[in-house]
Design a protein around this ligand. Structure first.
Ligand SMILES: Cc1ncc(C[n+]2csc(CCOP(=O)(O)OP(=O)(O)O)c2C)c(N)n1
Ligand code: SF4
Ligand SMILES: [Mg+2]
Length: 319
């Protein structure tokens, strides 16, 4: 029995016409959540020691802990080492086009509001080629969770300066050291209108899981910047926030009011080592809810009409 069949295999049904046995799912309430074993796919092809392993392990843990089932989750990513993520998850999802994970995931989220949509990617995917999509997904408050594995470099293409690479960083594109001011992902997210903005590190599994859970429970666009070291091209990038390397992992102060946008912006000022936790969280109607509202209003207007009458009404309106 393959991993994919396992959650469905309890209620086999044979069709009269084809004689084929089709596994059909039990009612949702009777289903067991996925286990790590069921959802782990191919052996991850990241370099040994890459921070992304930790994010994948905690994603499996989250799925197990929250007893999620196959048809209720989707894992989407763009292109990059970090974006290989959906390959390693035996579930529905897509490894999509570079920088375009968010528009793809937005479509999934808007058409299937019952799903948890998780999007993973890298700093290049999110803030270079996908920068505009990041802004618009945030301002539209589309319900999905977006975790960016920020390694301050383009890893897959072997060491180019990324939008989060620090000043002076030497790469193939900046052989004398980068002169470009790095972006601040948290400030960018707050300014764009994200309703949940958090920061964590792949080196702190408990904190990473906490952040993922909080993001998943948020009704809106939840963004997490997760520091995830590229041991191959930018080793030591986050040592100053890693206690076992002599750094300090300092939490957002408990006194911080997460609904205070300006306070959150100010708190996000320091890029490195910076603070960890939820910087900003607020409630604003999601695009999902707004669209459902439009659909419901329209359906109320045409209640009782035959499809051809609805079409006729539309044609009449266009005259
Ligand atoms: C349209 C397009 N432009 C450029 C590339 C080459 N490319 C692939 S991944 C990547 C950057 C990946 O960096 P990041 O998102 O930070 O991911 P990482 O590999 O660091 O995890 C680039 C420039 C591409 N695949 N498609
Ligand atoms: S190149 Fe860097 S980001 Fe890519 S798998 Fe290796 S360590 Fe990870
Ligand atoms: Mg990167």
């Amino acid at each position: 029995m393959s991993n994919l069949e396992m959650p469905f295999a309890v209620l086999p049904r044979t069709t009269a016409t084809t004689g084929l046995t089709i596994p059909i799912p039990l009612p949702e309430a009777e289903r067991k959540g996925l286990t790590k074993k069921e959802i782990s796919a191919d052996h991850p092809t990241w370099c040994p020691g890459c921070g992304d392993f930790s994010v994948l392990a905690l994603y499996f843990k989250l799925i197990e802990k929250r007893k999620l089932i196959h048809e209720k989750i989707t894992t989407v990513a763009g292109i990059g080492c970090s974006s290989r993520f959906p390959y390693f998850v035996q579930a529905h999802g897509a490894h999509y086009i570079h920088g375009r994970a968010l528009p793809f995931a937005s479509g999934v989220s808007l058409s299937r509001p019952d799903l948890h949509v998780f999007v993973f990617g890298g700093d290049g995917d999110a803030f270079s080629i996908g920068g505009n999509h990041f802004t618009h997904t945030a301002r539209k408050n589309i319900k999905l969770s977006y975790l960016v594995m920020d390694n301050n470099v383009y890893g897959l293409t072997k060491n180019q300066t990324s939008p989060t690479s620090p000043l002076g960083y030497k790469s193939k594109t900046d052989i004398w050291g980068s002169k470009d001011r790095p972006i601040n992902p948290l400030k960018q997210a707050i300014t764009a209108g994200a309703t949940f903005v958090g920061r964590t590190s792949a080196t702190n599994p408990n904190h990473l899981l906490q952040m993922m859970e909080a993001a998943m429970d948020h009704d809106g666009f939840s963004f997490i910047q997760c520091l995830s070291e590229c041991v191959e091209f930018h080793p030591g990038a986050f040592d100053n926030s890693t206690p076992r390397k002599g750094g300090k992992f300092e939490l957002v102060p408990a006194s911080h009011d997460v609904t205070d946008e300006y306070a959150a912006y100010k708190l996000a000022e320091e890029l490195s080592p910076g603070l960890f936790g939820i910087f900003y969280q607020t409630n604003r109607p999601t695009k999902n809810a707004n669209e459902q509202g439009i659909i419901a209003d329209h359906q109320a207007k045409v209640a009782g009409l035959e499809p051809w009458q609805i079409l006729q009404k539309n044609f009449d309106r266009m005259k």
